[in-house]
Structure formats: C-alpha cells, structure tokens
Write a protein that binds this ligand. Structure first.
Ligand code: FES
Length: 107
C-alpha cells in the first residue's frame, strides 16, 4: 500500500536544479532533469549531507561532502550499485508534484 503526498509546485524546481522538502517526516531531494522530476532521500547514506545541495551532472548527483555519486532516477549509488538510497515515484497533478511513499509492512 502507498500514499501520495504533495511536495511543491512544478515551478519551484526549474530544469537543472534540485531542492529539498520535508514530506511525511522525511527530507526529500527533488530534481528536475530536463523537465523530468525525480525524488530521492535527501540525506546521503554516508554521513548525512544534503544531496539536493550536490553537483548535478546529467542524472547523477555528487554528494557535496565526499562526492559519493547517486543516480537520481532510482537512488542507486553509481560506484557500488548494490547500494541505493530511497527513491520515490513522482507524479504531476494540476501543476503540483506529488511523491509516493510505501506504507511500512507489519513484520
Ligand atoms: S556525506 Fe555524502 S559522501 Fe560523505
């Protein structure tokens, strides 16, 4: 089961930029790559730096602290694809961006 949460309007994230937003108690980095929107967890899994403040090269963001590189399309750590940060599907409704969170499953 999953739920949609509104993040911001499309205009808040121009092409080639990224911004962070708190959504459902998670800080999410939203990227606009040539008009396509992607969202991953903003906290770098290495030491917590803000990935939205990183350097963007195509679909890859480099962490501003130690340059770990993540594919913003699916959160994969480019240098070790066995590891990924959380990625969230983005949808657009009436000019606003929404992201989808999966509900935690009971153990
Ligand atoms: S905090 Fe991101 S690479 Fe170290």
């Amino acid at each position: 089961m999953s739920r949609l949460f509104k993040v911001c309007s499309k205009e808040e994230v121009p092409a080639g930029t990224a911004y962070s937003y708190q959504v459902n108690n998670v800080v999410v980095a939203v990227f606009n790559i040539e008009g396509q929107y992607y969202a991953i967890n903003d906290a770098c899994p290495h030491a917590g730096a803000s990935l939205s403040a990183g350097y963007l090269d195509g679909c890859v963001v480099s962490c501003p602290l130690h340059a770990w590189r993540f594919d913003v399309r699916d959160g994969t750590w480019v240098d070790n694809p066995c590891i990924a940060t959380d990625a969230y599907p983005v949808t657009i409704q009436d000019g606003d961006l929404f992201i989808e969170f999966k509900e935690p499953q009971p153990e």
